[in-house]
Design a protein around this ligand. Structure first.
Ligand SMILES: NC(=O)C1=CN([C@@H]2O[C@H](COP(=O)(O)OP(=O)(O)OC[C@H]3O[C@@H](n4cnc5c(N)ncnc54)[C@H](OP(=O)(O)O)[C@@H]3O)[C@@H](O)[C@H]2O)C=CC1
Ligand SMILES: O=C(O)C1=N[C@H](C(=O)O)C[C@H](O)C1
Length: 245
């Protein structure tokens, strides 16, 4: 049995993670922590799943790593600087590993993978992400990661810069520039989490779309991370590394 703790246990995703851990024969839910609960309740856990908030996730990760607990993190808001700090904590605590995945949905991971594969064949790539209006960060972690993967693929292939004649614009009209890829964020009541990667070439458009229909959809990926994190050394970013893609 793997002893699992959950941070953000009363949140939209945390609730689903707790249910999934409780239902798994090989996992034991030993602690659930949310705002106002003492983090020390996690001390008996081997693996802690974090679905909290970008403002608190770094403190949570540091606490887990310094207590010899492997974090499996879905909370977003990571940039290169944050990832470097996590690597530093892991180096100072050998034997502790961490998994951070901007999206634990298997279909979402495939969407990112397919976008990365397709990116070099098109003149233009832009990303539109659409989420519920309670989301703290924009653009989404998934969109940021997709843009980075697309940009990496295009750099590697030596693809020409994307055509764009815009010479005057209202602030934000062209979205955020993530590694040279434009990312547009919609916040709309009624949505959960959705993303389109638009790839355009001469006379052809390819659209790769992913829709999250409920938050239980994240849990198979989370449980995969929980089961594997103890054996993947150091910091792993992205669930694709566990999917043999
Ligand atoms: N990687 C992935 O696959 C996915 C990632 N996410 C990301 O996960 C994060 C959480 O999303 P979601 O579940 O929708 O958010 P919610 O706001 O529904 O849940 C977060 C929970 O964490 C609690 N919380 C806040 N601070 C702390 C803390 N210091 N310690 C313990 N608990 C705390 C919140 O309490 P309170 O409300 O009282 O502050 C809340 O109950 C976001 O960053 C989101 O983008 C979401 C879906 C999938
Ligand atoms: O906040 C959410 O809801 C989600 N957050 C993640 C992100 O920022 O990419 C994953 C998914 O999009 C849902």
């Amino acid at each position: 049995m793997i002893r699992v703790g959950v941070l953000g246990a009363r949140g939209r995703v945390g609730v689903e993670v707790c249910k999934a851990v409780e239902a798994a024969d090989d996992l034991e839910l030993v602690a659930t922590v949310d705002t106002g609960d003492p983090i020390e309740a996690l001390e008996g856990a081997e693996v802690v799943v974090d679905f909290t908030h970008p403002d608190v996730v770094m403190d949570n990760m540091r606490w887990c790593i310094e207590h010899g607990i492997h974090p499996v993190v879905g909370t977003t808001g990571f940039d290169a600087d944050r990832l470097e700090r996590v690597r530093g904590w892991l180096e100072a605590n050998p034997g502790v590993n961490a998994l951070i995945a901007p999206n634990f949905g298997i279909a979402a991971v495939l969407m990112m993978h397919f976008a990365q594969q397709a990116a070099r064949y098109f003149d233009s790539v832009e990303i539109v992400e659409l989420h519920h209006p309670n989301k703290a960060d924009a653009p989404s972690g998934t969109a940021r990661r997709t843009a980075e993967l697309v940009a990496q693929a295009r750099r590697k292939a030596g693809t020409a810069p994307m055509p764009d004649a815009t010479s005057s614009e209202l602030d934000g009209a062209r979205g955020a520039d993530v590694d040279g890829v434009h990312v547009h964020a919609v916040r709309l009541a009624g949505l959960i989490a959705h993303q389109e990667v638009l790839l355009g070439g001469d006379g052809e458009i390819l659209t790769i779309r992913h829709d999250t229909m409920n938050r239980a959809s994240f849990t198979p990926g989370v449980l995969l991370g929980v089961r594997r994190v103890r054996e993947i050394p150091g910091l792993t970013v992205g669930l694709e590394h566990l999917l043999d893609l």
